[in-house]
Design a protein around this ligand. Structure first.
Ligand code: FAD
Length: 330
């Protein structure tokens, strides 16, 4: 196990949330994960080092391509001394490098890693100065004119756009406020051969590639979605001056891979205690969990299955009969 950071104040611990004002919640606030760690809570030398790496290479603390400093502490945890039982909730692709010895010994684990697959994704977010209506939003079919929440099946690769304008209420914008917020996310082609860990600049290059190719796409297709935001000399495109801000992301890190449901893969998914290792339990959207697809509900049901096995308690799972391994149909 690696300990990548030391805290500035061990006693105070680490406060992970950014608490946003949000009138619609019962408390008037909304605790959210920030995009990067709170550097002021981390040892200043390490904080400076990791921020520099991110600036130079786009490598975050979760990146397999991060160049680790010498200050990283390495531990070997011992059963009976440091832990009794293990719940493994790490996401699927990130398990490949950290469970190599288990894969060598255990056929079921090896088969699961090989057959339940993942994909990298890429995403953009656009903050418009105009409202949806003012942009002339039109997903192609006049029947959808009033249905502005989501479109799908549009030109690939960015075939889906979702209207997330309601989130603006929770964002800390200075004047002028954006009026319309769009999210898009889609699969990103993966390299055929794994990229070596020593290629520290890989994540940064991927982010740049997403942005460059994303803008090429916007300049070819965005005019059909937001015709009133196209530049005068290119009705097919998008004028960047129509935006308050933009955000581009390559989901390159293994922890960000999306879990797929490829044909014939469900049989290789494992139930929480399927490995037959008495003190080892698994949870996550990649386990066998009734839904067997990459979504929050699958992760939640899997967590409940895991809790049942871990505690031995008859914890109910809504609409699921775990004894039968399927929906009850109620
Ligand atoms: C781009 C994208 C868009 C998505 N959109 C939707 C959506 O709209 N709706 C929906 O329902 N689902 C969506 N999903 C799927 C959803 O995010 C997952 O199904 C869900 O997060 C799975 O939960 P989990 O607990 O299994 O895994 P995760 O939420 O991935 O949690 C696993 C945790 O393990 C941690 N971890 C990884 N490696 C280590 C390690 N070595 N040591 C310690 N910790 C580690 C990770 O940091 C992470 O916090 C999306 C996924 C992606 C990638």
């Amino acid at each position: 196990m690696l300990q990548t950071v030391n805290l500035k104040d061990e006693k105070a611990g680490y406060q992970p949330y950014v608490v946003l004002p949000y009138q619609k919640s019962s408390t008037g606030t909304w605790p959210c994960w920030p995009e990067e760690p709170f550097w002021d809570q981390i040892d200043p030398t390490q904080a400076a080092y990791y921020q520099e790496q991110d600036k130079l290479y786009g490598t975050t603390l979760e990146s397999p391509w991060l160049k680790l400093p010498d200050s990283v502490k390495r531990y070997e945890l011992k059963q009976g001394v440091d832990f009794d039982r293990v719940i493994c909730g790490i996401t699927l692709r990130a398990l490949v490098p950290v469970t190599q010895s288990l894969a060598l010994k255990n056929q079921k684990w090896r088969d699961m890693l090989k057959n339940v697959q993942t994909v990298t994704t890429m995403a953009y977010q656009l903050w418009f100065k105009k409202t949806a209506q003012e942009t002339g939003y039109n997903p192609g079919n006049p029947a959808y004119k009033e249905l502005q929440a989501l479109n799908g099946g549009f030109a690939r690769p960015w075939g889906t756009q979702a209207d997330l304008t309601h989130l603006l209420a929770a964002e800390d914008w200075k004047v002028p406020d954006p009026k319309y917020l769009i999210y898009s996310c889609c699969p990103m082609p993966m390299p055929e051969v794994p990229v070596p860990q020593a290629d520290h600049g890989y994540p940064g290059r991927q982010t740049q590639k997403v942005k460059t190719e994303g803008w090429q796409w916007l300049n070819q297709w965005a005019g059909q979605l937001w015709p009133n935001c196209a530049p005068k000399d290119n009705p097919a495109g998008l004028d960047p001056n129509q935006l308050d801000s933009e955000y581009w992301r390559a989901g390159t890190n293994y922890t960000e891979h999306y879990v797929l449901s490829v044909p014939n893969s469900t049989q290789y998914r494992l139930l929480s205690d399927d490995l037959g290792i008495k003190n080892f339990f698994i949870a996550g959207d990649w386990t066998r969990n009734v839904i067997n697809a990459g979504c929050v509900e699958a992760g939640t049901i899997s967590g409940l299955f895991c809790a049942r096995q871990f505690t031995g308690w008859d914890i109910p799972i809504y609409n699921v009969n775990p004894a039968k391994g399927g929906w009850t149909g109620t």
